[in-house]
Design a protein around this ligand. Structure first.
Ligand code: ADP
Length: 671
């Protein structure tokens, strides 16, 4: 076994690899960019080497720097994690040339699976079932279209060099084909520097089921069962589980055998994943093979009781696989939810910011949290915005699902928008409980999932109002105690008025809804709350205490506990089953194009792709006014109201910083 390894990655996966290395008594070397100087993976490792600037192209993707760091520190092997250099055949070859073990498959296997179309040719020869389609070399648009016409619509165009759901387009009819092809090629070229396409029959309700395989250098191979990764947004996984619900032993072993066939066709070694689409009638088709550890490997670890990173290290060190196929068993059920800094209400747009408050659920035999960040850390534009992976296990799916919901409700993050509430809402829908899964799940059940409705806001409004009242009292008491005249009537907030009732009004923005809460102070610390902006006007009796972040409330006799965290004028309120954000609306509505109008600023650093309207022309609410590309994805910025684009501050091709003002916009009704 190795004495020392270098981990050519960052974030949660670097931390996860370090944990196993430490367990095995292996010393670890981290690498880091400028942005990660104080990152968790750096502090966890025994040594760390700075390899460059924040953008991954100038650090984590520089194979020479990584190799240099390995040589300098005497690391015998490099674990590439996932992403970055993990599927880079040239890097793997360079490791070999320098007598450093690449903890992954041989160069030939990475190369073989590097192109989706070449992989398909190999699999076809090996007798592995493929999604019907065209994966030939002739790339002329006419030929591609001819194949699409012949197989019948809908079809899916896919970048052969693709990954992460990029460079993909569904085409529903012959008329749409040309435009979709152009768009897919453009995206593929900008993401992968290659615009070759393959055409596949688009299956309308498949499940994404993948098999974890493992092979050693002696030619032994096993599969560690399957994972269902059907719940996706933008063709990217959100919640994964193992085993796949409803997959019987016959289908399981047929898929397992096909996966091993795929692995042996390319003389595989180490951890790999063979991805299949599983159709309603249990037919399955090879999609691609990922020649690395997957993000979602923990669910397999939970149901098999194995440590896959330990397996990787053993295999790379030349040891045989620890177990035979007949020694592997499925035990219970596991889920993984990917916690992202992103805005589900805004088409899952990635967001950045500082994790001003971060409290993960407690880890135990049922709950595991794989993360690479701590409270106070930054989610920056440079890397994937995943904050953590929440993994849960229990004896069966129902119980594991209950664990998932519970753990999600305990996840507390503030400082940026996250998908935690979305995940909770998704995980608690009836169709998900019934495992009615396919890759269109989120779209199909969006009404159920995106149910931040008024009723819910009304439920939490009293807590928000009570918090603000109690906080205001606390603040003024604190102010009074610091003052030279603590008994001055100006510090008084007991509600004395020379005439009329004492009513506080709080114009609030709660989860995007504007609501005004009127709180009337009565006797014995009881408050009466009425609200406008919601469907119903109601009067609620409120009382409670605030102790630090802990709010103990009595709402019409119902005792509720919540915690509230304040950051930058935004309050995050967490209860047992939900989280919501609220802020006080400042009474300044004047200037539309200041920071308050988020639609006018670049959501993140990126490039202006197109300006679909002319400066000076009138636009309608929600009309696209700027298209930019950031994090390899197109983002459309829309007019927030009817109005006029007076001036664009940038032109197509310009690079803009996140937060930069993009346009001068005048709303039609702004006086
Ligand atoms: P990437 O490498 O970009 O992640 P994949 O080939 O793994 O691309 O596909 C990603 C997802 O796209 C799949 O999990 C599935 O949801 C969907 N998908 C891919 N191919 C098809 C197809 N032929 N029909 C329907 N959905 C598909």
């Amino acid at each position: 076994m190795f004495d020392k390894i270098l981990i050519a990655n960052r974030g949660e996966i670097a931390c996860r690899v370090i944990r196993t290395a430490r367990k095995l008594g292996i010393r670890t070397v981290a690498v880091y960019s400028d942005a990660d100087a104080n990152a968790l993976h750096v502090t966890m490792a025994d040594e760390a080497v700075h390899i460059g600037a924040a953008p991954s192209k100038e650090s984590y993707l520089l194979s020479d720097r990584v190799l240099e760091a390995a040589k300098k520190t005497g690391a015998q092997a490099v674990h590439p994690g996932y992403g970055f250099l993990s599927e880079n055949a040239a890097f793997s070859a360079a490791c070999k040339a320098n007598n450093i073990v690449f903890i992954g498959p041989p160069v030939g296997a990475i190369e073989a699976m590097g192109s989706k179309s070449a992989a398909k040719t190999i699999m076809e020869k090996a007798g592995v079932p493929l999604v019907p389609g065209y994966h030939g070399d002739d790339q002329s648009p006419a030929i591609l279209k001819q194949h699409a016409d012949a197989m019948g619509y809908p079809v899916l165009l896919k970048a052969t060099a693709g990954g992460g759901g990029k460079g993909m387009r569904q085409v529903w009819s012959n008329e749409e084909f040309d435009e979709a092809l152009e768009a897919a090629k453009r995206e593929s070229l900008s993401s992968f520097g290659d615009d070759r396409m393959l055409v596949e029959k688009y299956l309308t309700q498949p499940r994404h089921v993948e098999i974890q395989v493992f092979c050693d250098q002696a030619g032994n191979g096993v599969y560690l069962f399957e994972r269902d990764c059907s719940v996706q947004r933008r063709h990217q996984k959100v919640i994964e589980e193992a085993p796949a619900p409803g997959v019987n032993d016959t289908v399981r072993s047929a898929m397992g055998d096909a996966a091993l066939l795929a692995a042996s066709a390319i003389n595989y070694e180490g951890a790999g994943t063979v991805e299949f689409l599983l159709d309603k009638d249990d037919t399955f088709y090879f999609m691609e093979m990922n020649t690395r550890l997957q993000v979602e490997h923990p669910v397999t670890e939970m149901i098999t009781g194995q440590d896959l990173v330990e397996w990787q290290l053993r295999v790379a060190a030349g040891q045989n696989l620890p177990l035979r196929q007949d020694e592997l068993k499925i035990n219970g059920h596991a889920f993984e939810a990917r916690i992202y800094a992103e805005d589900p209400d805004n088409d899952f747009l990635p967001v950045t910011g500082t994790l001003s408050y971060l409290q993960a659920p407690e880890e135990n035999t049922h709950v595991r949290v794989d993360t690479g960040v701590l409270q106070g850390d930054e989610v920056s534009i440079y890397y994937d915005p995943m904050i953590a992976k929440l993994i849960v296990w229990d004896e069966n799916r129902d119980r594991a699902l209950a664990r998932l919901a519970q753990a999600l409700s305990e996840y507390r993050i503030s400082g940026m928008t996250t998908n935690v509430e979305f995940l909770y809402n998704l995980a608690t829908t009836e169709p998900f409980r019934k495992a009615d899964l396919d890759t269109g799940f989120i779209d199909k059940h969006k009404e159920l999932i995106f149910h931040k409705n008024e009723a819910e806001i009304e439920r939490y409004l009293p807590l928000a109002a009570l918090y603000l009242i109690l906080k205001r009292k606390q603040d003024s008491l604190a102010l009074a105690s610091r003052s030279t005249d603590p008994y001055s009537p100006w510090h008084n907030n007991n509600g004395w008025r020379s005439c009329g009732a004492n009513i506080h009004d709080f114009p609030l923005l709660i989860n995007g809804h504007e609501i005004t809460a009127f709180v009337e102070e009565g006797t014995a610390n009881r408050l009466t709350l009425t609200s406008s902006g919601t469907d119903t006007q109601r009067s609620i009796q409120l009382s409670g205490t605030l102790d630090g972040n802990d709010l103990h409330a009595d709402v019409d006799g119902h005792r509720v506990h919540a915690s509230v965290v304040a950051h930058d004028g935004i309050y995050s309120l967490f209860t047992q089953d939900a989280a919501l954000q609220f802020s006080l609306i400042e009474p300044d509505y004047g200037d539309l194009d200041d920071g308050g109008a988020a639609g006018f600023t670049a959501p993140m650093t990126g490039t202006i792709v197109a300006l679909p309207v002319e400066a000076g022309s009138p636009v309608k609410k929600d009309q696209a006014i700027v298209i930019m590309e950031a994090m390899k994805m197109e983002h459309t910025i829309r007019a927030p109201a009817d109005g006029t684009v007076v001036e664009f501050y940038f032109q197509p091709g310009d690079l803009v910083d996140g937060g930069a003002e993009l346009v001068n916009f005048e709303a039609a009704d702004s006086e």
